[in-house]
Every structure is written in C-alpha cells, then in structure tokens.
Design a protein around this ligand. Structure first.
Ligand SMILES: C[S@@+](CC[C@H](N)C(=O)[O-])C[C@H]1O[C@@H](n2cnc3c(N)ncnc32)[C@H](O)[C@@H]1O
Length: 276
C-alpha cells in the first residue's frame, strides 16, 4: 500500500491530497519513514534522520510499538472477547493494521479508524479491506472531537456493546492545555462496561537522554509540538479503569510473545485496561 497512492486516487482521496502540506515535517509521515514506508517527503525524512541521530534506537523502538499494538489487539479479541474497535490516530497503513490482526482471530470484528491527517485519509482504502463477515470504516476527525467521533462511529459500531478504544502513539500529540485526560475520560464514558482502553505513549522518564533530545529535535523541526510524558502522567489516562496484567510497562514488556521482544529498546509506556 505504501508508495502507490499517487497513481490512482479516488475522488475523496484527491481532495485529501490537495490538503497535504509537504513543505514541513508531519508526525504521521516521520513515523512512516521510521517504519520503512514511502509516504513521506524531504522535510519528513530530514526530521526523521535528525531524530535518529539523537536517538539511534528510535527505528527499532517504533517497530516495538507496532508489535505492542498487534499483541494488544490479539489479546483483546482472543482473551477479552472484544469484537469492536475504535482506533484513533491510525497512522499511514503499515503491516498488521488493527482490522487485519483482529479479523484474523475473529472475522466478524468491526473496526472504525480515525485520524486527522489528510495523508492518512488519502490511504483510507487500504484500511477498508474488511472481510465479508466484519466491517471497517474511516473517519477524518480530530481526537479532540469526541462527540462527533462517537456519533459517526455509531454507524459501524454498536455502542451498547463493549468497544476497545485504541490510542497507540497519539496522546503525545495532544498538549496539556487541550486536556488529554479529559478527552480519554469522555471517550471511555461513551462506551459500556466490559469495554477496554489500550494506550502507548512516548516516555520522558526512562533515563535515556537520547529520547529527550529526540523530542526536542522533533519539536524544533515540526509545527506540531509533541509532549512526551512520565509513567505517572500516562497512568492518569487509565484513572477509573482496571489495568490488566502486567499493568503499565515499557511496551516490549507487555505480554511479550518471545524473549527477544523484551530486548526491544522502545521508550514508550503501554497498557491495556478494562472498564468495569
Ligand atoms: C505516531 S502515529 C501512530 C500511528 C499508529 N497508531 C501506530 O502506533 O502505529 C500518530 C498518528 O496520530 C495522528 N494524530 C495526531 N494528532 C491527532 C489528532 N488530534 N486527531 C486525530 N489523529 C491525530 C497522526 O496524524 C498520526 O497518524
């Protein structure tokens, strides 16, 4: 899917393409570069490379974050019985998108993807490849607009039944003044008991000066300002929910499939919690 989007855009994708500002680096495209994708431009690559010089572990770390996403989705489907996902901050499609992992285990799973970046909208068709028994939908929306997201997602998801809210690598894009904890609280108030929340969040307290230098460098090079947070600050997002084992940990340490997962250097906190 990466790299072929300029060839034959659909009408709504053409609209999205015209909105993409390629003159400055953007978080979705920088992340795409780190993941080995081709949907990035010179300023994205320059920012990504500058960040890699500050923290040479970043590429392996973002792979560790994607692996956490897949393990969390697999756990939610196979062990928690979840069949509905609201994945906000989807990113440019990559390997193991949420619906692919979920429908592999339970084909009837329904997934609504949400992102506010036009380049992700331009790729939406790669996310709309649900098997016949399930469903996927894409919303071009900002995480801050919880009411609008829940209303539109209601066309695909049944909000009287449990939903897993997926916020993987997005809350650091929400500054403190926009009240990220309030946003998460409103999202979780929209879903019934038995629902789940999965979060991963870049850390500023893992004692790695490279990670802090990486954050400063990206904030110099991107108009969007990133806010890395401590474990205690990330824990606040789970207030009122019950964290499943092993709790809030460095993402490679969350239910690793194999010993080598744990050695991944990802400097992100991650956890999955249940609304009782
Ligand atoms: C670092 S990427 C993470 C992608 C994916 N969740 C993953 O972990 O592989 C962050 C994504 O969040 C999106 N994003 C950032 N702020 C957002 C907001 N306020 N509303 C919706 N999406 C947002 C970006 O466009 C980008 O696609």
């Amino acid at each position: 899917m990466s790299g072929d989007w300029l060839s034959a855009p659909l009408p709504e994708e053409r609209g999205a393409l015209s909105e993409i500002d390629t003159s400055v680096a953007h978080v979705a495209r920088v992340y795409d570069y780190w993941l080995g994708g081709k949907d990035n431009f010179a300023p994205d690559r320059a920012a990504a490379e500058a960040a890699m010089r500050e923290d040479p572990n970043v590429v392996e770390g973002v792979r560790g974050n994607r692996a956490f996403l897949a393990r969390a989705v697999r756990y939610l489907v196979a062990q928690a019985g979840i069949r509905q996902f609201l994945d906000i901050g989807t990113g440019i499609p990559a390997a193991d998108n949420t619906h692919e992992v979920a429908q592999d285990a339970a084909p009837q799973t329904r997934v609504v993807y949400v992102d506010n970046d036009p380049i992700v909208l331009a790729h939406a068709r790669a996310l709309l490849t649900s098997g016949a028994e399930g469903a996927t939908a894409y919303l071009d929306q900002d995480l801050r607009n919880v009411t609008d997201i829940v209303r539109a997602a209601g066309a695909t998801l049944d909000f009287s039944q449990p939903v897993a809210v997926i916020l993987i690598g997005i809350l650091h894009c929400i500054p403190d003044e926009d009240d990220p904890a309030g946003i998460v609280g409103r999202l979780m108030a929209s879903v019934p008991g038995g629902s789940y929340l999965a979060i991963s969040h870049p850390a500023n307290d893992l004692n790695d000066p490279g990670v802090r230098r990486l954050a400063s460098r990206l904030n110099e090079l991107m108009p969007m300002k990133l806010r890395f947070r401590s474990r205690d600050e990330v824990a606040v997002f789970f207030d009122g929910l019950e964290l499943v084992e092993p709790g809030l940990v460095r993402v490679p340490e969350w239910r690793p499939d194999r010993d080598t997962d744990v050695t991944n250097p990802a400097a992100l906190w991650g956890g999955v919690a249940r609304k009782n």
